[in-house]
Design a protein around this ligand. Structure first.
Ligand SMILES: Cc1cc2nc3c(=O)[nH]c(=O)nc-3n(C[C@H](O)[C@H](O)[C@H](O)COP(=O)(O)O)c2cc1C
Length: 183
């Protein structure tokens, strides 16, 4: 089994990455191959809107650090996407990455090029209470579903920027989801 783990937080010890790590660590002994990409450490541009991925190419023609990430998603059984909410959406790093998945959309601007049968785990964390930023969950659920992913959502709310914000519940949930879908 292959997992691709894409993190959108600049904070490697922050809430979202700790939850993602819990998912990955729970499958460590199961012969799983994991490729982790910390977007904040990578050099890439957002989508240039050239639309060549609709006219002439099935993949994004930009060659940068994201090229391997995009192709790894096609090769993985499970994709883990994590990001804190920044100003009412995912982080800029994650948004720029996500825009590049435009190449996942077929030439008809509707179909998905992502091979079917994949699962995604969407991890979102925020300082605000649960009723706020539900639109973020809905938006990325909708996009990932349109690509054909079967999605599990882990959402941690009320997590401030303090070190060691308590996400023990979500860490356990990530481990349980890993046991459920990762075997
Ligand atoms: C630039 C910035 C913008 C933020 N904007 C929001 C926001 O709009 N809503 C919210 O609930 N939390 C917001 N937060 C708080 C983070 O989403 C929250 O602390 C999150 O748990 C941090 O995740 P991390 O530890 O994985 O980096 C913001 C934090 C930063 C640094």
């Amino acid at each position: 089994m292959k997992i691709v783990n894409i993190t959108g937080s600049p904070r490697k010890k922050g809430t979202s990455i700790r939850i993602a790590n819990s998912f990955i660590d729970s499958l460590k002994d199961k012969g799983v191959e994991t490729n982790t990409y910390h977007l904040n450490q990578m050099n890439f541009k957002g989508c240039q809107g050239c639309d060549i991925c609709k006219q002439k190419s099935e993949t994004c023609i930009q060659k940068d650090d994201l090229s391997i990430v995009l192709s790894d998603i096609f090769n993985a059984d499970i994709a883990v996407f994590s990001s804190p909410v920044y100003y009412g959406d995912v982080t800029g790093q994650f948004k720029s990455f996500f825009d590049r998945t435009w190449s996942f959309v077929g030439a008809d601007y509707r179909s998905s090029r992502v091979p079917s049968g994949k699962k995604a785990v969407l991890i979102l964390t925020q300082a605000d209470v649960e009723s706020v930023h539900l639109d973020v969950v809905d938006r990325y659920t909708k996009f990932l579903t349109s690509y054909g992913f079967e999605i599990e959502i882990i959402r941690a709310t009320g997590c401030g920027m303090e070190k060691n914000a308590d996400v023990s519940y979500e860490i356990t949930k990530a481990s349980e989801i890993a046991q459920k879908i990762g075997l």
